[in-house]
Write a new protein. Structure first.
Length: 244
């Protein structure tokens, strides 16, 4: 009797190193997603991470600080912060209370000071003060979830192991009909990873964020007249999805 093929689902080639299965998407959905990506690239060719940093550990800290805070607010406090604590070891040798005065103008500064101190302490004690270049080790640091880890990997090391899902991307994914309206952040990330080519995840996240900040904002109707929202916006202008 012939041996049956293994029926265990597997990710497509190029994605098999991921520790979880991605949802299945149709070819039509992929074609529509890639047309959206092309439109975003045309409108935002220069989109980049808007956090200021000069090293992987600075980006890691800035991203931790950016939770529920604007990038502009973070960029106002990090120059003095990084001057006072120029290395991971300098942060580790300090205390959360010593870090607090430098970041007190941003939200949740006490919790963030503790998270930064703990993350840098682990970095020094377990990783020789070097920012890890893989998702699992980054997730072992306090204050680091998949979004933060993906920001660091993509922008510091050009590694696409995840798709950044912040408030803008989650909102746009719903408005563009890329996800179920009730999808949570994890479901949103995995569907975006399935829809778009892996090599584009980091750059595409910047373009989505720029569109969310500059046009398709949470409040207001500015997006209704934007060409991208006119073409792809399901919830922006209440038009039906054209999958083909």
């Amino acid at each position: 009797m012939a041996k049956q093929a293994d029926a265990t689902p597997t990710n497509p080639r190029g994605l098999r190193d991921l520790p979880f299965q991605l949802p299945q998407v149709t070819d039509a959905e992929k074609r529509r997603a890639r047309r959206l990506a092309a439109a975003l690239a045309e409108h935002y060719p220069d989109a980049v991470c808007e956090l200021d940093f000069t090293s992987p550990h600075e980006l890691l800290i800035a991203t931790i600080l950016s939770a529920q805070t604007t990038d502009a607010a973070v960029n106002r406090v990090t120059p003095a912060l990084f001057e006072a604590f120029p290395t991971p070891r300098a942060f580790a040798d300090a205390s959360p209370e010593a870090i607090e005065p430098y970041i007190k103008s941003i939200g949740l500064f006490r919790n963030k000071a503790k998270a930064v101190h703990a993350a840098m302490t682990t970095l020094v004690e377990e990783f020789d003060a070097e920012v890890p270049q893989n998702m699992a080790d980054l997730l072992s640091l306090r204050g680091v979830a998949r979004k933060t880890a993906s920001v660091v990997l993509g922008n510091s090391f050009n590694i696409n192991d995840g798709f950044v899902v912040d408030t803008h991307i989650h909102r746009l994914a719903r408005r563009f009909g890329l996800i179920d309206p009730e999808a949570n952040v994890q479901q949103t990330e995995r569907r975006l990873m399935a829809l778009f080519p892996r090599k584009d995840w980091c750059e595409l996240s910047h373009r989505l964020i720029w569109h969310g900040r500059r046009a398709c904002q949470a409040r207001g109707k500015a997006c209704a007249s934007h060409p991208i929202c006119q073409s792809f916006g399901v919830a922006c202008d209440r038009r039906d999805i054209n999958h083909d």
